[in-house]
Design a protein around this ligand. Structure first.
Ligand SMILES: *Cc1c(COP(=O)(O)O)cnc(C)c1O
Length: 750
């Protein structure tokens, strides 16, 4: 190594960095500009410098950047330099260094060993699955003087790599978990690969080789190897395949001074890690096995076995994420999966989403190559136990649409209003679902809402009700249908259409029949139709109006007048236009109570979610929205203790309170403070104590035996949307659209 630009510096190097994006503070950092396949370390030097790094190790072939106060060490290969540093660091310590290798099971073994050893020994271990040439170096750099043992994973994919790892790790104890054909393609023969793997242990004091590995006595002798007997632990989730691994674990524990009795008792609480797989509860009652770490035949087979054991009689689905580089594996993966008789298989590409809504009560195995970055997709299927979520029941929405289909003429079209993020439920997802259900039309308030729907593949016609003239071009380019309500706006659209060379562009004429919101007055109809008929750029796709008092069942006079006015308008337009058009007037409540005015289409909004003010209809519909959370903390308070801001609640006796992570920033209004609002836990009413905070409430759970993480219902079976709206003195529309966007929307389909 030679150093350039050496300046006198008081600073000491305290840690190593290699990814400029992950630098929090550059002070004391030594930056290794590694050559990567898709990142050139050198270009990140400037980035790292910006973040305060002043010490750099760079390739000697790279010109030294002129950066004031920076020190550059030029080397032949920055990775080798890092490995040398790691080995130097490792050599400072005399405690045992355990190297763990094998085609599968390295991470599991490392985590299990940590579990069994750590009550007695201070363990340092590789973070996550850091087992590559870089990962091992970083793992070794984690070693420190206060530890008693180091557990280091080592993985290879090419001949020659193991010798390099051995030089760096210099293990005192070797563990060899399994020998499969995971990376065999790069080796001449299995024997060559085994030989190569054993290289790692040639200087070890002892090497533990799993009993499942077919290794010759000669090979064993060359590495001071023993093969511990398989060990059987009485754990329902641990079956056959794990016995050799447990045998290794027992032998390693004994080697490091753990007694048999200690080992036995720690086995009972062994963490349930299935190889690199993570198993957790998903939405819709699914169980998800997440193994998006890599994709090869061995690992997939292991995972399929694990899935089979876990599922017993439940349904099984497999989701495979293929990157461009792994597309060629598809056929052989398919053949393997077929042997396991799973119920559904999905092959997805990098930008495709996992169809979580199609899966229920299923054990879902998700596998993908790391390149495809599937984690985000997987986490969308996760049941969010510790968070406040809004759950949208697509099955209920389907039921509610069908209720109208049954009660309307078969020719009447259905338009679904998905404005304001579909009443807070998430327009993209809900509209996609409704499109699949065969809904004819969509309506939004603003142009950008319509554009968002086009972007997720909504191809049905979309009416924009507040079609601002500034957005005329956007509207036209996205084939959105503007509602025209004034002459000025009509002019602007016609002008935009002329510029774009469009003819016969669909528009909807909006009439004001009494509500006095947007719309042409009935008296303007002659001038309007004369203008419209003279402009070939536009074509009247529909005319419509909106009811102001449709939920007033006691007095229907106002609505009847609006219907009569609309009827006359429609008759007039028919005389003026030489072509058919759609007439539509009814919103949800209108469709429930004035079906005689259904004309060609109805516009449904709130009823999609099952809410109506009519108690006769309500039981026919299904509620579509559940708002739920989980208890963050439970505590006891005593007489005289207060709760929350302003100390507005004071206990008069001993009581238990629960903290729930929902607050006025989520739409749980502050007016619900001090008993005005409540939630339900274990089906029991728990009223709000003290004031509602921005992100939390405290509720009374005295005598209810509530624990942390218990489910909390805010809106659901016990407190319906209507109840909750009433407690805030408002209507479901405002509750729904007031549910903050920061909460996750979870879609289920029961
Ligand atoms: C929002 C809206 C609807 C739907 O109203 P609901 O009461 O939710 O059914 C229908 N038509 C127009 C013009 C709207 O703005």
């Amino acid at each position: 190594m030679k150093a350039t630009n050496v300046v006198s510096s008081e600073a000491m190097v305290s840690h190593v960095v290699y990814d400029s994006r992950k630098i929090l503070s550059g002070t004391g950092a030594l930056f290794f500009a590694l050559h990567g396949t898709n990142r050139s370390g050198e270009t990140f030097v400037f980035d790292a410098y910006e973040k305060g790094v002043r010490w750099f190790v760079i390739d000697e072939k790279v010109a030294v950047p002129t950066l004031p106060d920076a020190v550059f060490l030029q080397v032949i290969d920055p990775l080798i330099a890092l490995q040398k540093l790691a080995n130097h660091h490792r050599s400072q310590f005399n405690y045992p260094v355990v190297a763990i290798t094998g085609s599968v099971g390295k991470t599991t073994f490392k985590e299990w060993a940590n579990h069994v050893l750590s009550p007695d020994l201070r363990v340092v271990r590789s973070p996550k699955s850091f087992n590559s040439q870089l990962g091992v170096a970083l793992s070794l750099l984690e070693m420190h003087a206060e530890a008693d043992v180091a557990l280091i994973e080592a993985g290879i994919s090419e001949p020659g790599e193991m010798a390099r790892l051995e030089k760096m790790i210099h293990p005192t104890i070797g563990v060899f978990t399994a020998f499969g054909n995971a990376h065999r393609s790069n080796f001449e023969s299995p024997e060559q690969q085994l030989e190569e793997k054993l290289q790692l242990f040639r200087h070890s004091v002892i090497t533990l080789v799993a009993s499942s590995i077919d290794v010759s006595n000669q090979q064993l002798a060359s590495v001071a190897g023993i093969q511990p007997k398989p060990y059987n632990a009485d754990q329902p989730w641990l079956t056959k395949g794990y016995e050799p691994m447990l045998g290794l674990l027992k032998a390693l524990s004994a080697e490091l001074g753990i007694t048999d009795a200690q080992f036995e008792s720690r086995l009972k609480t062994l963490p349930q890690l299935a190889l690199r797989m993570e198993t957790f509860a998903g939405i819709n009652g699914n169980t998800i096995i997440n193994d998006t770490y890599n994709l090869d035949m061995d690992a997939l087979k292991e995972a399929l076995h694990y899935q089979q054991r876990l599922a017993v009689h439940r349904k099984r689905a497999v989701v495979i994420g293929l990157s461009d580089n792994t597309q060629n594996l598809k056929e052989s993966l398919q053949t393997l999966i077929e042997e396991f008789n799973v119920d559904a298989v999905y092959f997805l590409k990098a930008d495709e989403s996992i169809p979580w809504y199609e899966l229920r009560d299923t054990v879902v195995l998700v596998k993908g190559s790391r390149a495809i970055q599937f984690e985000k997709e997987v986490s969308k299927g996760r049941e969010l136990k510790h968070r406040t979520v809004v759950e949208i029941d697509l099955g209920a929405i389907r039921h509610n649409v069908q209720y109208f289909r049954k009660n309307l003429l078969p020719t009447t079209k259905i338009l679904c209003m998905v404005k304001a993020s579909s009443y807070g439920s998430g327009a993209e997802r809900v509209a996609s679902f409704l499109q699949q259900e065969g809904v004819d039309y969509f309506g939004v308030a603003f142009a950008d809402e319509g554009v968002a729907l086009r972007e997720v593949g909504i191809t049905q016609p979309i009416i924009v009700m507040n079609a601002d003239i500034e957005h005329a071009n956007t509207i036209i380019e996205n084939r959105l249908e503007p509602a025209i309500y004034s002459f000025q706006q009509l002019d602007a659209f016609v002008t935009a259409l002329i510029h774009l060379g469009e003819n016969n562009y669909p528009i909807h004429l909006k009439f004001d029949t009494g509500m006095h919101r947007l719309g042409f007055a009935p008296e303007e109809k002659e001038r309007l139709l004369a203008t419209v008929s003279a402009q070939p750029e536009i074509r009247v796709k529909g005319i419509y109006s909106h009811l102001a008092d449709a939920d007033n069942r006691a007095n229907t006079q106002f609505t009847e007048r609006q219907i009569a006015t609309f009827e006359q308008l429609k008759a007039y337009v028919e005389t003026q236009l030489q072509y058919p058009f759609l007439a539509h007037l009814l919103n949800s409540e209108g469709a429930l109570h004035f079906p005689e005015a259904q004309y060609d289409m109805i516009r449904l909004g709130i009823v999609l979610y099952g809410y109506t003010s009519d108690p006769k209809v309500e039981p026919e519909l299904l509620p579509g929205i559940t708002w739920k959370s989980a208890v963050s903390q439970v505590k006891s308070i005593h007489a005289g203790d207060v709760v929350g801001y302003g100390c507005s609640f004071e206990a008069t006796s001993e009581m238990q309170i629960a903290v729930v992570p929902v607050g006025y920033a989520d739409g749980f209004r502050r007016s619900l403070s001090n008993g005005k609002g409540c939630v339900y836990i274990h089906g029991k009413r728990c009223e709000v104590l003290g004031r509602v905070c921005m992100d939390m409430i405290m509720v009374n759970v005295t005598g209810l035996d509530v624990a942390e993480n218990d489910d909390v219902e805010i809106i659901g079976k016990h407190q319906t949307m209507l109840d909750f709206a009433a407690s805030m003195e408002t209507i479901p529309y405002e509750v729904m659209t007031g549910l903050s966007q920061r909460m996750h929307r979870v879609y289920v389909e029961d």
